[in-house]
Design a binder for this molecule. Structure first.
Ligand SMILES: [Zn+2]
Length: 447
């Protein structure tokens, strides 16, 4: 309404201002204004060890204030010009006793027109509170991400769960996570050296003797972002997590490999954050797992993608990268934090060497996938996937099958097929390492 109070005609302006002021006064005094109070129409809670997210959704823009109170720890959020709807009244029932960060929430009328939410926290927290504009099926959202004040470092977590294997493989795992910041550049320099001719027998020996390698396995989507949906009600985010967990289990069975999941539950992680996590554990490879979608339910088959540094290899690949990159808009990210990710992931390094390795990994995995499913296209395609932008980690995105094809949707939900898919991905990774033995970590190389 007020947005319409604009005119480019200089002569009309003074009169126009008076009319606008009058409209504003009418709006404030009119009984109909009370009816325009914001209604929260949906509330979702996504508890996870990493952070708990609460999303409040409305058809109208949400305006809010928030602050933290210590001893005991509380997050206070004031919703302005908001009605207490059933959705808000029932919010406390949605907080589980096992929520890692939130003890309880109290909802009440703080003063006329202001609803106050008081979250009693279990520990010191660093919340990120922000709003997002309508996108996809979502309206306006207020997002409360409750992060712990002292988060667990992913590399330390990986080392704790896996120290026995490290010792067995005689691997030098950095003792301090801070060292993870420098190593990737050194690794990149190593990888850029010209390749020696591949001897398959030598490759096999290299695989047997190779150092412990870390594979980041990225289950696409999660939480607020369901990914593609099948007609039978299957969500891409569930299929990807299930297959990713199987890949990790199979990698962990190998004496010289270990898997690191970028997420292990149903919660959202921004694309840039997935890359940052892989770099923090100095992953040797990054494999993002997805399920494809198309308007035509006949589309079928598995495919593998890598990053491109000079445009997409086809219109379909470009379209797919655009759709997968929308995950951040659907999941909802704090724009202020997004800039930080961009700075972290778009380093001033040539990605050519990494992309060459990504293509080799992609071809190795694609050839294994051909053994269990038809291939959507018999070559590794390239496009600008945001999740594949680690400058120093060969990265691929696997579209396991089409969730929009009823036959493939059924297979994607099937334990047996998920297991075969995971085995094929692991075989592809092993095939890649057989021909491209991992270089010694920088610390070893200096000895
Ligand atoms: Zn996806």
């Amino acid at each position: 309404m007020f947005g319409a109070c604009r005119t480019s005609n200089e002569h009309l302006r003074p009169v126009f201002r008076i009319v606008c002021a009058g409209l504003f006064f009418f709006a404030l005094t009119s009984p109909s204004f009370a009816q325009t109070a914001i209604k929260i129409t949906a509330a979702r809670v996504w508890p996870a060890a990493e952070y708990t997210r609460i999303t409040l959704e409305s058809k109208q823009p949400i305006s809010f204030n928030h602050f933290l109170v210590n001893n005991p720890e509380r997050l206070v959020v004031d919703l302005e010009n908001t009605e207490i709807t059933d959705t808000l009244s029932r919010l406390s029932a949605r907080i589980g006793a096992d929520d890692p960060y939130i003890k309880s929430v109290r909802v009440g009328r703080f003063k006329p027109g202001v609803v106050r939410l008081v979250f009693d926290l279990k520990a010191e927290a660093k919340p990120s509170v922000f709003t997002t504009k309508p996108y996809g099926e979502y309206g306006y959202r207020l997002v409360l991400d409750i992060y712990p004040a002292h988060p667990v470092d992913p590399l330390l977590a990986l080392m704790e769960t896996d120290s026995a294997k490290d010792a067995a493989a005689g691997m030098n795992v950095p003792q301090q996570p801070a060292k993870a910041e420098k190593a990737p550049e050194e690794k990149l320099a190593k990888r850029a050296e010209p390749e020696k001719a591949v001897n398959p027998h030598k490759g096999k020996a290299a695989l047997d003797m190779m150092r412990l390698v870390t594979i980041a396995i990225d289950a696409g989507h999660g939480g607020e972002d369901p990914g593609a949906k099948g007609r039978g009600g299957t969500f891409e985010k569930d299929v990807t997590l299930s297959i990713a967990k199987r890949v990790k289990a199979k990698l962990d069975e190998e004496s010289n490999m270990r898997g690191m999941l970028t997420r292990d539950g149903d919660y959202f992680i921004p694309l840039g954050d997935r890359v940052v996590k892989a770099r923090k554990v100095q992953a040797d490879l990054f494999v993002s797992i997805h399920a494809d979608a198309f308007v035509n339910s006949d589309a079928r088959g598995s495919s593998v993608f890598a990053l491109s540094d000079k445009g997409a290899t086809s219109a379909a690949a470009r379209w797919l990268a655009k759709r997968e990159n929308e995950a951040d808009l659907i999941g909802g990210i704090n724009i202020d934090v997004k800039d930080k990710y961009l700075k972290q992931t778009l380093l001033d390094l040539s990605q050519t060497a990494t992309i060459n390795d990504s293509m080799k990994l992609g071809r190795a995995v694609l050839s294994e996938l051909g053994g269990i499913n038809v291939l959507h296209k018999g070559m590794v395609e390239q496009a600008g996937f945001a999740v594949l932008k680690a400058p120093d980690i060969p990265s691929i995105l696997v579209e396991t099958a089409f969730i929009t094809n009823p036959e493939e949707e059924a297979r994607l939900s099937d334990d047996d097929y998920q297991d075969k898919m995971a085995s094929a991905i692991v075989s592809g990774i092993k095939r890649y390492f057989a021909n491209n033995p991992p270089l010694a970590k920088s610390k070893l190389a200096k000895n």
